[in-house]
Write a protein that binds this ligand. Structure first.
Ligand code: SIN
Length: 315
């Protein structure tokens, strides 16, 4: 049961969300049915699967595996093509009273610029999350690990884009890299960053079978779930410290309950995405985790997110 005296409302990039919890661009956000289910749920927003210029079937199966500690995936961007997500935007906006964000992950800068220009003409698209961190397309690097290329991409993208723009980042592991990346982002018209995509190119092994658990790329894939929570928290915390104050930080990584969401907000997250747990549980995770987060807030005497957002104590 949600406690109406305790608000989970948040705002970023000019968007207002009744709940700070919503889906990560990943599981169950590819088809119209998926997106309708998110619309009907307690999710604070609707975010699509990362789209490409053309529809893609993605990598061969099995391409997703999970255990109690988390998940590994090498989906390879299966999606219905950017046109589909643009065409349904008006219906989604009229059916559901929440922001509709499209995740864009072109296979080239040219494709990204084309999709962004087209989606910018669509007033029913609330914002774009530009995915610069997919680790799963064979032969395509994770752009956000190449700082020179990020400068080039953001220079070109911000010429064609006038919508609220977010960037989905991979996890970083070195303070110098946090600083370099934040300094780059601070130079551009970016409204939010999403920290983090999966930890790329991990390996999970089935000891019984003495085999990898997914087929693409020899079993290598992006790691999510509990495995990545400390890394995700560190990225949220560091980017919150280093980015311009008008750039929101959206957390993603290892959120399966109210405690996890609370920790991300304590690190400075303006909103919290749910990936692996949404894959496991379906849309009921949004109301369950909301109720758990409200419980924690109530016990601590907090009525709204700003009562504790970013207030992590350091010794
Ligand atoms: C995938 O479709 O391979 C996952 C997308 C991503 O990690 O960015």
């Amino acid at each position: 049961m949600n406690d109406t005296n305790i608000s989970l409302a948040t705002a970023f990039a000019g968007l207002e969300l009744h709940s700070c919890l919503y889906n990560a661009s990943g599981p169950w956000c590819t088809t119209r049915e998926d997106l309708d289910s998110i619309g009907k749920s307690s999710s604070g927003a609707i975010l699509t699967k990362s789209c490409t210029l053309e529809e893609r079937a993605g990598n061969p199966s099995p391409r997703y595996y999970e255990n109690q500690l988390g998940s590994i995936n090498s989906m390879g961007l299966p999606n219905k093509g950017y046109k589909f997500y643009g065409e349904i935007a008006a219906d989604i906006q009229s059916d559901f009273d929440k922001p509709y964000l499209i995740s864009v992950s072109g296979l080239s800068l040219k494709n990204n610029l084309y999709m962004l220009a087209e989606l910018n003409g669509n007033s029913n698209v609330s914002a774009i999350e530009l995915n610069l961190s997919c680790p799963n397309v064979p032969g395509k690097p994770q752009t956000a690990y190449d700082f020179k290329q990020v400068v080039h991409v953001l220079t070109e993208v911000t010429k064609v884009n006038a919508k609220p723009l977010g960037i989905k980042l991979p996890p970083y592991f070195d303070i110098i890299h946090f600083e370099e990346m934040a300094a780059i982002i601070n130079e551009f018209e970016v409204s939010f960053v999403t920290c983090v995509n999966s930890i790329g190119n991990g390996l999970v092994i089935d000891v019984e079978k003495e085999a990898v658990v997914i087929r693409p790329k020899g079993g290598f894939g992006g790691i999510g779930g509990d495995y990545i929570k400390p890394t995700a928290l560190a990225n949220v915390r560091k980017f919150r410290e280093l980015l311009r104050k008008d750039i929101a930080v959206i957390a993603c990584g290892g959120v399966k309950n109210g405690v996890d969401a609370f920790e991300h907000i304590l690190c400075g997250a303006d909103a919290v995405q749910i990936g692996t747990q949404y894959h496991r549980e379906g849309t009921s995770c949004f109301s369950r985790i909301a109720a758990e987060l409200q419980d924690i807030m109530k016990n601590k005497g907090y009525a709204k997110l700003s009562d504790f957002k970013g207030k992590l104590i350091q010794y």
